[in-house]
Write a protein that binds this ligand. Structure first.
Ligand code: FEO
Length: 384
């Protein structure tokens, strides 16, 4: 597949994978992107997952029509992109490997060699001429590992963005870009907002016509839309006004309260309300939506003098990704010593710029008049 007259797509689609990175459900599969930049010299951009060696090597051969690659550029050493470095070296022993110093150190760990006889170590601003074009390398530490570089192609004005601007789903999955890019970004890179901001600042100085990520489609239209979303996500701002209710329920009483709250919010014309049963939903989706919207309601039971395990896991996911700049409301249930609100607040105490709703809902086993009134008050407060 031609991306431009001189950039060819040589990646693969993975439709058999169940959990990406061992934890993320990917109902529409995954793509591991790789590109051939064909000029007077030829650069291959990254490799693919270990299960696709033959297909990838065949893709290279088909794209190069008898020519031989001069360089393998390794932007990122996570195995979904680096697993086939050794296969490439065996196939093309004359080619040089271009990567950061940290990436070569990782190669030694993964493969037992740092390929010193064929290594070209690059850092911030270094460039490599392929003929008509120069590739310029830009360091992007922690987007998503410390060794990452991204690459700017001056001829096609293409930014090869490593994991940045990637998404779940196969290359041509028919689905909304933002939903699966957001779930991917928040889950995998969400902790590193400051580093993504730093990369966006460097990218702003470049004249970019297209973004070629390591997952998901090449972006070559309306780039401002995608860059704006990345700016919002990486600065931890809410993307939309709306309420996410995340709950756990053991016997259905907390669930009943949540359902009532949802109805009241909708009746009060809250912008948008999404409800997640944390024991049953895709946890990554719930986390992603909590970052998307401006308000979050946490409703759970007291359990073993703590909170229900799925809620603990959910809040851990939020805090390890620097959840901040949101309104958070609390609903607790407890039959003899309710302490879920205290526990949840404790878990969030180091989160920056969280506004706690004034109204807290305390359910003593099941809704009664007092707790129902608190629910109504909370609904009103969240809609004001
Ligand atoms: Fe797609 Fe961080 O690897």
């Amino acid at each position: 597949m031609n991306i431009t007259e001189s950039i060819k797509y040589i990646g693969v689609n993975d439709v058999d994978i169940d959990l990406f990175e061992g934890q993320y459900a990917v109902p529409n599969g995954m793509s591991y992107n790789s590109y051939a930049i064909i000029d007077e010299k030829i650069a291959i951009m990254d490799t693919v997952d270990v299960r696709f060696t033959d297909e990838w090597l065949r893709n290279i051969k088909d794209a190069l029509e008898g020519r031989i690659p001069d360089f393998l550029v390794v932007q990122h050493m996570e195995p979904d992109h680096s697993a086939n470095i050794m296969s490439f070296v065996n196939e093309y022993p004359e080619a040089k490997i271009v990567a950061s110093a940290k990436a070569f150190a990782m190669m030694k760990n993964f493969f037992g060699t740092d390929f010193s006889d064929k290594a070209i170590v690059v850092g911030e601003g270094d460039s490599l001429s392929l003929g008509r074009r120069e590739l310029t390398f830009i360091t992007a530490p922690m987007v998503h590992w410390p060794e990452v570089i991204v690459t700017y192609d001056s001829y096609d004005k293409a930014l090869f963005s490593a994991d940045g601007f990637g998404k779940f789903g196969t290359y041509n999955a028919q689905e909304d870009w933002a939903d699966e890019a957001r779930r991917y970004y928040i889950g995998i890179v969400g902790k590193y907002g400051a580093q993504v901001q730093a990369l966006l600042k460097k990218a702003a100085a470049l004249d970019i016509n297209m973004i070629c990520p390591l997952h998901g489609p090449v972006l070559n239209k309306n780039l401002g839309y995608y860059i704006n979303l990345y700016d919002i996500w990486s600065s931890y701002q809410a993307e939309e006004d709306g309420v996410v209710i995340a709950y756990t329920s053991v016997y259905g009483n907390t669930k009943k309260a949540v359902m009532q709250l949802e109805e009241m919010l909708k009746a009060n014309a809250a912008a948008k309300v999404l409800v997640f049963d944390l024991a049953r939903c895709d946890m990554a989706q719930a986390v992603s939506e909590a970052f998307r919207f401006s308000k979050l309601v946490l409703a759970t039971t007291t359990y073993n003098a703590d909170i229900f395990p799925f809620m603990r896991e959910f809040i851990d996911h939020l805090t390890e990704r620097n959840f901040q700049n949101r309104t958070v409301a609390f609903v607790e249930n407890g039959s003899w010593a309710p302490m879920a609100v205290k526990t949840m607040k404790g878990m969030l105490e180091n989160s920056k710029n969280l506004k706690h709703a004034q109204t807290e809902v305390k359910i003593l086993s099941a809704l009664d008049e007092a707790s129902s009134a608190q629910l109504r008050e909370l609904a009103k407060e969240l809609c004001d």
